[in-house]
Design a protein around this ligand. Structure first.
Ligand code: NQM
Length: 357
């Protein structure tokens, strides 16, 4: 524990298209309630502008990663993701975040939790929110993390060093309702969980094109009500119970691709509309498109060969390597392979001073 009397050791990082505060677990209170109360003060919540803290006034920039050495035989480090409410005094561990995941390997190397290789380093990560495992591989020339590089990801200006992430899905079913298609609130949907519970819906079924700007969709009150109705019906069917106060499941509206990809998306997380798409959200869309009989098959244009699916979103695209075993009469469809390329960057490393109580 290296915290001073008032400050906490903290690294601010961009992970993929999101940004968050990264902590070693040992630098935060062990007690979850005390930890969450402290994180609200660190991020400046509740406040729509988060003016008195690190948060960026949007769910995508109000995120925390807590990292520690892992006791799991197949993992080097444990990563707990916490979504910090912007306008509400809430901290939730009910969802994972594949974007902040991109920074976990580099952060673990920076903090000495793993020994960087000379050339590249692979870190095996257990994601505590779901129990799933991932392996992140990134460049460490001379035994130090390199952030500069030539990888480009849509939604982030410039280029940076790639972080290649491969996922191993745990034991949860890819189709949590047991069906490729359900009708919820009079709307055909496909409920998937390839790391992030997500409800896939054809945009046309909700009388939108799926090409609108996120802000325009957020202003559409009728659409918001339909989405909430679908979400509340999906929660119990997906084994999530009452989801009125939770950030999962997400909802992804699907439309035919505009730029040569497999599908165009607008994703609600779940109230704000994502300016791009989450990593695990995209992994769910990709796997869902491959499910025979799923709603994605009505709108997507799937390549004839190869695992790569280009998921288009409001600010570009996210390529997902996605293979799904389609299942037989006796076995359900299951994700066989999921991998993505992301980038991450250390923005600052220092001491954060939480707002006083
Ligand atoms: O789906 C936003 C993000 C995310 C989550 C959200 C994410 C993921 O873009 O893996 O990364 O869905 O709340 O950071």
């Amino acid at each position: 524990m290296t915290n001073g009397p008032e400050g906490l050791r903290c690294m601010l990082m961009r992970g993929g298209t999101s940004k968050g505060a990264y902590f070693l677990a040992e630098d935060l209170p062990f007690d979850a309630e005390a930890r969450d109360a402290l994180l609200l003060r660190v991020m400046g919540s509740p406040d729509p502008r988060q003016i008195d803290g690190l948060g960026g006034a949007h769910p995508l920039t109000s995120k925390v990663a807590v990292v520690s050495a892992s006791g799991h035989p197949d993992a080097d480090v444990d990563y707990l993701f916490l979504q910090v409410g912007v306008e509400r005094p809430e901290v939730s561990d009910r969802q994972n975040c594949g974007n902040l995941l991109a920074g976990v390997g580099p952060f673990a190397a920076e903090r000495g939790l793993v020994e960087p290789g000379s050339g590249e380093t692979s870190v095996r990560i257990r994601m505590l929110n779901t129990g799933d495992l991932a392996t992140a591989t990134f460049a460490t020339p001379d035994g130090r993390v390199a952030y500069d590089g030539s990888a480009e990801i849509s939604g982030v200006p410039g280029t940076a060093a790639p972080v290649v992430i491969g996922f191993q899905q745990g034991d949860r079913p890819l189709l949590p309702t047991g069906r490729a298609r359900d009708i919820l609130a009079d709307t055909p949907v496909t409920c998937v969980d390839n790391g992030m519970p997500t409800v896939l819906i054809a945009a046309s079924a909700l009388s939108v094109s799926g090409y609108e700007e996120p802000a325009e969709l957020e202003e559409d009150q009728r659409l918001g009500e339909r989405l909430q109705e679908i979400r509340l019906a999906a929660g119990p069917l997906m084994g999530l119970g009452d989801v009125s106060g939770t950030t999962v499941p997400k909802l992804s509206l699907l439309a035919p691709p505009l730029h040569g990809g497999a599908v165009m998306t607008r994703t609600f997380i779940p109230v704000r509309c994502h300016t791009s798409i989450g990593v695990l959200g995209a992994a769910g869309v990709a796997a869902g498109l491959r499910v025979p009989g799923g709603v994605g098959q009505d709108v997507a244009e799937l390549p004839e060969t190869g695992d790569r699916l280009r998921i288009e979103h409001p600010t570009g695209f996210l390529d997902v390597e996605s293979a799904v075993d389609p299942g037989t009469g006796d076995s359900a469809p299951a994700a066989r392979r999921t991998a993505v390329v992301r980038t991450a960057r250390k923005i600052f490393d220092g001491t954060v001073f939480p707002r006083p109580v």
